[in-house]
Design a protein around this ligand. Structure first.
Ligand code: CO
Ligand code: CO
Ligand code: CO
Length: 342
C-alpha cells in the first residue's frame, strides 16, 4: 500500500508559525471596508461574511492541506469535513463546495486522486451541499481541500467576538488529533489513531444544528492553533478573560500516552511560545499542557453560551449523538484576553 503521508513533506514548517504570524502578513494588506461586509480579515474569524440582503448573509471559507493519513479516501473525508467546519462555526449551512487539488501526477497513480475526491464528495453530500467545481494543479506534494460557500440569517451569524462574562465554554469533540496523527506515522497507539480518524471525518453538522436552537454568544472551531490558540482568538476578540479546567477536557483514547511519549507536533510548541496570555496552575501536568496546544484537524466547535443555557445545551448535544461534548471552562469577566488553566 502507498504511504500517502510520505509525500507530505511540508507538515512541519521551518519558520515559526503561531497564531498571528500569517494573519500579521494578511493584515498588512489595506483593510477592506464595505457596507455589506459583516466579517472580514481583521478578527481572525473562521470565514468571511457578506450580507446579501435583510434575511441572507453569504459565508465563504477555504482550507486545504497535505495528507495527514495514508488512506486516500479517508484523507479526502477528513479534509472536506475540516473545510465544511468553518461554515458551521459561523452558524451557517453549507450550500456549495469546490475542490482544491494539487497532485504529483508523475509520482502517484491517478486512482489515488480519485479516491481522495470521492472521500471529499461523500462529506459534501452528507453536509447537504453541492459540489459545483474546482481547480487542480500539478505539484510535488498532494494537497486537497474545499472552498465552501454557505448561508445564514444575518442575525444568526456567530463570530468569535461575542463571549460575555459569566458564559460557560463548551467543546464538542475530544482533543488529541495532532498527537495521534504523529502516532500513526510511528505505527503506534492503534486504538487512539482509529478514534482520531473517526473524530476528524465527523462533520460538525449535528452540533451546529443543535446549537442553532440556543442563544450562542460566540463560536469558533478548534483547528491548527489548538484549544488555547483558538480560545485566545475568542477571548481577545471578545475583550474578556477565561478559565479552563483540564480535569473536564475530553481527550481521545491514548492521546495522553502519545503526548507523554513526546509525539507532540512542533506547531503545539510554536503556539505555546507565541501566546503570552496563558497561565497554567502549577499542578497542571506537562502532558495536559501540551495537549491544550495540540493542533487539531477538523476539531470540535468551541461555544460560549449563557450559564443558564449551558446544561440544557450539553444535554441536547449528547442526546443528538455528540458524545464528547463537554463543559470545559467559563468566561470570568472583562479582560484583555487572559486565560487561566487549572
Ligand atoms: Co475555523
Ligand atoms: Co479554516
Ligand atoms: Co481553473
Amino acid at each position: 500500500m502507498i504511504k500517502l503521508t510520505e509525500y507530505s513533506k511540508s507538515g512541519g514548517c521551518a519558520a515559526k508559525i503561531g497564531p498571528g504570524h500569517l494573519s500579521g502578513i494578511l493584515c498588512s494588506l489595506p483593510q477592506m471596508t464595505h457596507p455589506q461586509l459583516m466579517v472580514g480579515l481583521d478578527t481572525s474569524d473562521d470565514a468571511g461574511v457578506y450580507k446579501l440582503d435583510a434575511t441572507t448573509a453569504l459565508i465563504q471559507t477555504v482550507d486545504f492541506f497535505t495528507p495527514i493519513v495514508d488512506e486516500p479516501y479517508v484523507f479526502g473525508q477528513i479534509a472536506a469535513a475540516n473545510s465544511l467546519s468553518d461554515i458551521y462555526a459561523m452558524g451557517g449551512k453549507p450550500l456549495t463546495a469546490m475542490n482544491i487539488v494539487a497532485f504529483p501526477v508523475c509520482k502517484l497513480d491517478a486512482a489515488v486522486l480519485s479516491d481522495i475526491l470521492r472521500g471529499g464528495l461523500e462529506k459534501v453530500t452528507e453536509a447537504g451541499a453541492v459540489l459545483v467545481g474546482g481547480h487542480s494543479i500539478q505539484d510535488n506534494e498532494p494537497k486537497y481541500g474545499l472552498s465552501v460557500t454557505g448561508v445564514a440569517h444575518p442575525d444568526a451569524i456567530l463570530t468569535n467576538a461575542g463571549a460575555q462574562p459569566g458564559d460557560v465554554l463548551l467543546l464538542t469533540k475530544a482533543i488529541g488529533t495532532g498527537v495521534l496523527t504523529m502516532a500513526a506515522r510511528a505505527d503506534m497507539f492503534e486504538e487512539g489513531v482509529r478514534a482520531a480518524i473517526d473524530s476528524m471525518r465527523q462533520l460538525n453538522k449535528t452540533a451546529a444544528e443543535v446549537m442553532s436552537g440556543f442563544t450562542i454568544h460566540a463560536c469558533t472551531d478548534v483547528t491548527g492553533f489548538g484549544l488555547l490558540g483558538h480560545l485566545s482568538e475568542m477571548v481577545t476578540a471578545s475583550h474578556v478573560a477565561a478559565e479552563i479546567y483540564t480535569k473536564d477536557l475530553p481527550f481521545l483514547p491514548e492521546a495522553q500516552n502519545a503526548a507523554a511519549m513526546g509525539l507532540v507536533p512542533e506547531g503545539a510548541y510554536h503556539t505555546r511560545e507565541y501566546l503570552k496570555n496563558v497561565t497554567f496552575a502549577s499542578n497542571v501536568a506537562d502532558v495536559l499542557q501540551d495537549l491544550c496546544f495540540d493542533p487539531q484537524t477538523s476539531g470540535g466547535l468551541l461555544l460560549s453560551v449563557a450559564a443558564t443555557d449551558a446544561e440544557r445545551l450539553l444535554a441536547s448535544l449528547r442526546a443528538a449523538g455528540v458524545d464528547e461534548a463537554s463543559i470545559i471552562g467559563r468566561i470570568t469577566g472583562k479582560g484583555a484576553g487572559t486565560i487561566y488553566v487549572y
